[in-house]
Design a protein around this ligand. Structure first.
Ligand SMILES: Cc1cc2nc3c(=O)[nH]c(=O)nc-3n(C[C@H](O)[C@H](O)[C@H](O)COP(=O)(O)OP(=O)(O)OC[C@H]3O[C@@H](n4cnc5c(N)ncnc54)[C@H](O)[C@@H]3O)c2cc1C
Length: 509
């Protein structure tokens, strides 16, 4: 059992996105007399490579009483409406598909019958790209400005799109720090040398660089890739995903916008030994080449970046990681969060999304138990967290279940074993479109899924993981009137011309 009722101090190690979101959460959860202290090393910076959020980012801002408009103003954040995958199938100039943040409500496509959405199945059966049903897609295709995008989003459900943000993690952390400090969080610049635990592995204090020991009742380890608590001190086992996913290095860099306005989607451009992210911020693009060290090296990657983007690009320090997470992230009175707890790869921007879901559940459990939490609940929390990571692993693995085979990397990644859970799903998707029941096991014990079935379909259909025949088979089981409704909708889509392709100028050379 963990009893935090008489807690006097909670310490957060780390002042990155994870650390400051954790501090804001703790400030709300604990009474004002409990000190919340963030200790941040002045020697170690944060990871900031141009990041993008998922849909739970706005929920997290609201939960923490942050005005979204102020947040946008203060952090130079740009709208993010989804992802564009370029070159993941044939590698040809026009090879592009979108995974957009579709918005339910008022959409004809919300119609469900027999456990699936017949209009989506109609699109898959007839090879129509899924983004065609989204009215707001025109704004993405025409490289609309931030103001135009804001106006389009004000249409609400009629736009067919929900928004998250592209942001600069440095600006985000700086803003969250100012908000947290204004609410009474203590910010201390110091390097943590040692985490001190008692015989039961309960954290009792941290020793900082001047020798002072800071006592604590709860420790949040948000120390990024340093992984001081759960990893280094408590030695919890790492659950590696490297059997199923190959990427393990990234070279980040900045570049100017290739178009007039910041793109409204994160671009994921297939490269010979991985892929390149381009995350459009207001003033510039945060970019990087994430690659497999078994297939290329830093020198070749930098050459490739210079060839694609231009000779003036200055690459930043190479980041190394092994895809996976700690089997338990909450042990006694220590919880690891953010990069300190796990990381798979930048695809689909899952890291901050997962971190926010983990924090939401931590808050839910501590609050519901009035600060008294059973070990059994903590076990359930860790189990749910691992399921959440399994869902991320499987969703990302599906992206590499793609037809591209032109380099050793693309051949090898295609040949990697599939996680058994994804392999099972894949077999189902060969028969019918994804359904809610398929992804329910990734969100257990009160957790919410990071990706909805529609997100799965947005990727599975263009890659052929859900073939047209599968959609046709499930449509055939509908009554005649419903099939007629699908036919009418498909005719209308065809009449609309479904041909507003994205301009080719925005592709890299
Ligand atoms: C290549 C790459 C691309 C990514 N792209 C995305 C994306 O698109 N979307 C997304 O959601 N996420 C992305 N991420 C992950 C995202 O960057 C992180 O999840 C997010 O920034 C949170 O980081 P953090 O706060 O966990 O760690 P960090 O930002 O690394 O912060 C760690 C903190 O710990 C402190 N610290 C470390 N050691 C000590 C010590 N001994 N004493 C005191 N303080 C210490 C540091 O000073 C720092 O303040 C990406 C990550 C990588 C590597």
């Amino acid at each position: 059992m963990l009893n935090l009722r008489n807690a006097t101090r909670a310490v957060v190690i780390g002042g990155g996105t994870a650390g400051w979101f954790a501090a804001l959460t703790l400030r709300r959860v604990f009474a004002p007399q409990v000190e919340i202290r963030v200790i941040e090393s002045p020697e170690i910076g944060i990871v900031g490579v141009g990041e993008g959020g998922l849909l739970n980012l706005i929920d997290a801002l609201r939960r923490n009483g942050i005005d979204v408009n102020e947040f946008v103003r203060e952090t130079g954040t740009a709208f993010k409406l989804g992802f564009s995958y370029e070159g993941w199938r044939t590698g040809a100039e026009d090879d592009r598909y979108y995974h957009l943040f579709g918005r339910p409500g008022l959409q004809e496509t919300d119609w469900m019958e027999g456990g699936f959405r017949p209009l989506f199945s109609g699109m898959v059966r007839e090879g129509v790209e899924l983004h065609r049903y989204i009215p707001g897609f025109a704004a993405i295709a025409s490289n609309a400005s931030q103001q135009e995008a804001a106006a389009m989003l004000q249409l609400g459900a009629r736009s067919g799109l929900s928004a998250s943000f592209h942001f600069d993690s440095h600006k985000l952390a700086d803003y969250l720090r100012r908000v947290a400090v204004s609410r009474g969080v203590v910010h201390q610049q110091a390097h943590v040398e040692e985490l001190m635990c008692d015989a039961q592995d309960m954290a009792r204090g941290v020793r900082i660089d001047d020798g002072e020991i800071i006592d604590l009742d709860l420790l949040i380890d948000a120390s990024g890739l340093a992984r001081l608590g759960i990893g280094k001190k408590l030695g919890i086992r790492w659950r590696s995903f490297s059997e199923h996913l190959l990427l393990d290095r990234a070279v980040p860099f900045h570049m100017p916008h290739p178009q007039q306005n910041p793109s409204l989607v994160t671009r994921a451009i297939a490269m010979p030994a991985g892929w390149m992210w381009q995350i459009p911020l207001v003033e510039r693009v945060g970019a990087g080449y994430v690659f497999s060290s078994a297939h290329t090296d830093e020198t070749q990657v930098i050459d490739e970046i210079h060839r694609c983007i231009g000779p003036d690009v200055e690459p930043m320090r190479t980041l190394r990681f092994e895809p996976g997470h700690f089997e338990q992230v909450w042990v006694g009175n220590v919880m690891a969060i953010g990069l300190a707890s796990g990381f798979v790869e930048p695809l689909e921007a899952t890291s901050i999304g997962q971190m926010l879901e983990q924090l939401r559940n931590f808050e839910r459990i501590v609050t519901a138990g009035d600060g008294v939490v059973s070990g059994h609940l903590i076990d359930g929390f860790n189990e749910a967290n691992a399921r959440c990571w399994s869902g991320i692993r499987d969703f990302l693995r599906m992206h590499y279940d793609c037809p591209r085979r032109d380099t050793a990397f693309w051949r090898d990644v295609a040949a990697l074993p599939l996680p058994p859970s994804y392999s099972e799903l894949r077999q189902c998707f060969q028969q019918r479109t994804p359904r809610l029941i398929d992804v329910q096991n990734y969100a257990i014990h009160g957790w919410q899924g990071i990706f909805h079935v529609i997100n799965w379909l947005f990727v599975a259909a263009p890659l052929g993981v859900v073939p047209p025949e599968a959609a046709a088979a499930e449509l055939a089981s509908l009554p005649a009137a419903s099939r007629q409704r699908v036919a009418i909708y498909m005719n209308r889509l065809r009449e609309l011309g479904a041909a507003d392709s994205i301009s080719k100028e925005e592709r890299p050379e």
